[in-house]
Design a binder for this molecule. Sequence first.
Ligand code: ZN
Length: 357
Amino acid sequence: MRIGDRVQISPQALQVKAIFPDRPGDDVVEEILEFIRAGNPPHEWRGHTHTKPPQGAPIMYIGGFDLDRDRAAPCPCCSSGTAKYFKGGKIAYFPDEHVVRMIGPDCFATLNPEGHEEAMEKYLAEKQRKREIDYILANICIAPELERVLEETLPLAEAVDTVRNTVSDGRLDEILGVELLPHMGAGVLSVTTERQETYVDSYGETGTRTAQHKEEYARIAGPVMVRKNASRFVNQLKHVLEAVRKIPAPDPNRIRESIEAMDETSRTQVARLLGNSVGTSRSIWKGLDDARGFFSPGNIATINGWGRHPDSPVQIEIRREGRDVTISRPGYNGRLIRLPEAFDKVLDELPKMETKP
Ligand SMILES: [Zn+2]
């Protein structure tokens, strides 16, 4: 059945079924959706009334569905016997007539534009409310776990901040005789090679000149370690902690009821707090791991290879024994940095979260 095809409407469908004095509940909507999912034409559902609604009738949208292109359905508002829509079908309740009709997406707008507008707004708001409630229900239980994990990560964040302060406080730049930030801050190590180039000048004369070429040598982990002004990990963590602590603990015996009882503003805020907290925590975790990677054996080897390279702009050598790190010009004494014990602590896993509303 494609749009425009003739559809045989059964006498059952044409009968007016004023069997819904009250707005049908979720059970009825679920029954309809199940009926449609099973491959049946929407207008043949047992409670559908296939007559044209009165001009200006009040309407409530209580559900929606999509059909496949070749299952297009007829709409009682505009096309009794012709397939008219397949996407965005609506389950519409007509409180004055006590009937339910499956109709096309915007069909009722022609019969009652304002009523349609208003019903659409309410319908979307209800959908959003349901989504938020489901989302909060699925995730609110992780808040205490998230709070614990964040608290336990504070010493590690503090350790990484301390080390970064030491690496980026400028004394190292003095020892090395060069500022590290412009050469390492973006995580890309470069070497500058010189090449003889021939060129032709404006008089047509040929000459040679020396040209400098900057080439990428390697990429490193933890460039944030040389960025003096990067935001402190401890502050980032505390910020998320503050947000997590704002998430109310629902009564464990009636979680759904307490979430449903929230007003829209606080419900939306809780959903946002949950989503943002986990999202931000993930990026802090990544940041911490990357920062610590600066002192991993592989990263140190990369930096040392670059630091010895004749075309490197920075002569640097890092030696690490256990938690003692020395940074110097190759073969010289340098600055000793002792990594705090918490620096190498294993990062706790963040609680898993259901998808966003
Ligand atoms: Zn229609």
